[in-house]
Write a protein that binds this ligand. Structure first.
Ligand code: NCD
Length: 311
């Protein structure tokens, strides 16, 4: 049977079968080349995407919205959902989900609470895509990260991937490590002790036979690194501002560090960056983070079309 994502929610990066990942990558590549040639497609003509963002976002919201527009669909958007939607009156996400299925064909949610996307999905009969739930998961980002690695490096199998920064609170690295576990990669996890990758994620990867090395030494890890994934210290997840002040600036990537790294290393970052990648790195050939952001469009086009059966 060929795999299908029709009617499915996208909530976690560890929900995918390998055939589903392959289908998403192929569909994104196909959409990207048609979009290059023709500007847009019409797969989602007459369909509506609802975006519910209860937390700040630039890339995720804009790339989902442009993805829908480039598929010929339309977008309904609750900006600043936290203050302007009925959540401020106490409506549960389950009820919001029940309601939204009457208005849209597919929905994207970003929310500060882990598990929130699942709650919306439990209420909604339409596909719900998780655009980031607290310090939990960010599966659509992980898929565009994978798409980027394949494009930049020609494949994923056998690569050494270094995830650096706030691995505790960063949802992108939770999802990305679980997604890449399907591809025979090895990991370096570089973080201050207080911001290490959650033990259950590391244990889960090791149980799947993935090699994981944990260290605090970024420079040493870079000698063996094919893909460096830098992340921001997630200020908004700290209850104690003093702790954030102490940990911010823990890792700063500059041109000297990149030039001392394994030749051909690429640098990714989900963005926004604060101070963890110096601007001087932007001009180096391995700096792929802005290309990575652009890849969000075809990957999110694929997710919108596949979950609604319009691919
Ligand atoms: C990330 C997020 O929201 O988790 N941003 C994004 O979606 N590209 C990373 C971050 O905010 O640090």
């Amino acid at each position: 049977m060929t795999s299908s994502l029709k009617g499915k929610d996208i909530i976690r990066a560890d929900q995918f079968a390998p055939e589903e990942i392959a289908l998403i990558m192929e569909t994104a590549a196909r959409f990207e080349s048609v979009m290059r040639a023709e500007g847009r497609l019409l797969n989602m003509a007459g369909r509506v995407l609802a975006t519910l963002f209860y937390e700040p976002s630039t890339r995720t919201r804009l790339s989902f919205e442009t993805a829908m527009l480039r598929l010929g669909g339309q977008v309904l958007s609750v900006a600043e959902a936290k203050t302007s939607s009925s959540a401020a009156k106490g409506e549960t996400l389950f009820d919001t989900g029940k309601m939204i299925e009457g208005y849209a064909d597919v929905a994207v949610i970003r929310h500060p609470v882990t598990g929130s996307a699942q709650e919306l999905a439990d209420g909604a009969a339409i596909p719900v895509l998780n655009g980031g739930d607290g310090a939990g998961q960010h599966p659509t980002q992980a898929l565009l990260d994978l798409y980027t690695i394949r494009k930049e490096k020609g494949g994923v199998e056998g690569l050494t991937i270094t995830l650096a920064g706030d691995l505790k609170n960063g949802r992108t690295v939770h999802s990305l490590s679980q997604l890449l576990a399907n591809f025979g990669v090895r990991f370096n996890f570089v973080a201050p002790d207080a911001l290490a990758m959650p033990a259950e994620i590391t244990a889960g990867l090791r149980e799947r036979g993935v090699k994981v090395q944990e260290t605090t030494d970024l420079a040493a890890a870079l000698a063996q690194t094919d893909v460096l994934y830098m992340t921001r210290i997630q200020k908004e997840r700290f209850s104690d501002p003093a702790e954030y002040e102490q940990l911010k600036g823990a890792y700063v990537l500059d041109a000297a560090l990149v030039n001392g790294a394994k030749p051909g290393m690429i640098v990714l970052h989900p963005l926004p960056r604060v101070d963890e990648i110096k601007k001087e790195v932007d001009d180096l050939p391995g700096a792929a983070y802005f290309r990575q952001a652009a890849n969000g469009v075809p990957v999110r086009m694929a997710l919108l079309a596949l979950t609604t059966g319009r691919e």
